[in-house]
Design a protein around this ligand. Sequence first.
Ligand SMILES: Nc1ncnc2c1ncn2[C@@H]1O[C@H](COP(=O)(O)OP(=O)(O)OP(=O)(O)O)[C@@H](O)[C@H]1O
Ligand SMILES: [Mg+2]
Length: 259
Amino acid sequence: MAKVTQQPVITLEHIRIQFGKRTILEDVSLNVNEGEFIAVLGPNGAGKSTLLKLLLGMLKPQAGVVRVLGRPPRRGNDAIGYAPQHRNLEVDLALRARDVVGFGLDGNRWGPGLPSHKRNAIIDKALLEVDASAFADAPIGQLSGGEQQRLLIAQALLTNPRLLLLDEPLANLDISHEQEIVALVDKVCRSRNVAVMLVTHDINPLLPVVDRVLYMANGHTAIGTTNEVITSSTLTRLYGTPVEVIQALGRVFVVGAET
Ligand SMILES: Nc1ncnc2c1ncn2[C@@H]1O[C@H](COP(=O)(O)OP(=O)(O)OP(=O)(O)O)[C@@H](O)[C@H]1O
Ligand SMILES: [Mg+2]
C-alpha cells in the first residue's frame, strides 16, 4: 500500500535563538515526522531544553519559522505532551500518584470540566499504560525515581498527544530502570504513533530504539541516524574540537566532548 504523505509533526526553518548577545541556536532547520523517535543530545547549555520550550510556544525565535503540526507553536497545546527537566514533584510528597498524573488534565481546555468518573477513567488508563496501577494510590514521596518517571510520562500522555517532549527522563536512573523507561517510551511511540523527542546525555540505552539522533553543540545541530551522527567526523565538525567516537561491546563512547 502506498504510504500517504503526511505533514511533519515539527518543522524548523533557519531558526536562530539568542539570549541577549548569546546565540544558542544558529540557522537550525529540520523536520520530525509522525511516529518518529528522536534522541536529543548535546553538552550542558547546548540548548536542548530551549528547543523543547520553542516547540511549546514558551519562547520565540529571533529568526526563522517554527511549525508544530502545521501551525505556529502555542501554549497549552493538547497535541503536545511534555515532561520538563526541572519538575516540582517535591512540592508535596504526600500527593498520591494518581493525583500527579491527573495534573496532565488540568492545564488544557476540557480537563477542569470533566466529570470525576470520566477523569478517573482517563487517569486509570494512563496508569495502566505505564504499568503504574500497582502504586496508583501511594504517596509520591515513597516512590522510586523510575516509578516517578513513569507517572510523569503518564501525565504527559493524558491528552492523547501527537508529540511527546521528554526532557532528561533518564536522569538519575540506574541502567535497569533506564532500560525500563526506554522500553516504555518505545512502546508508547510505536503503539500510538506519537513522535517523541527525548533529551538525554547518553545515547547507549536508546541505541536499539531510536529512529534518529539530533545532536546540538556550539549553536549548531546534526540530525540523522545514530551511525550518521555519532561519528568522529560529524562530532568533531559540530564541536569544532577533536572528538573521537569509540565503539566497544555494542556501546558508543564519545571522547573529547563536554570537556
Ligand atoms: N530565559 C533565558 N534567559 C537567558 N538565558 C537562558 C534562558 N534560558 C536558557 N538560557 C541559557 O541558554 C543556554 C541553553 O540552555 P538550555 O537549558 O536549553 O541547555 P540544555 O542543553 O538543556 O542544558 P542541560 O544539559 O544542562 O539541561 C544556557 O546557557 C542557559 O543558561
Ligand atoms: Mg536541559
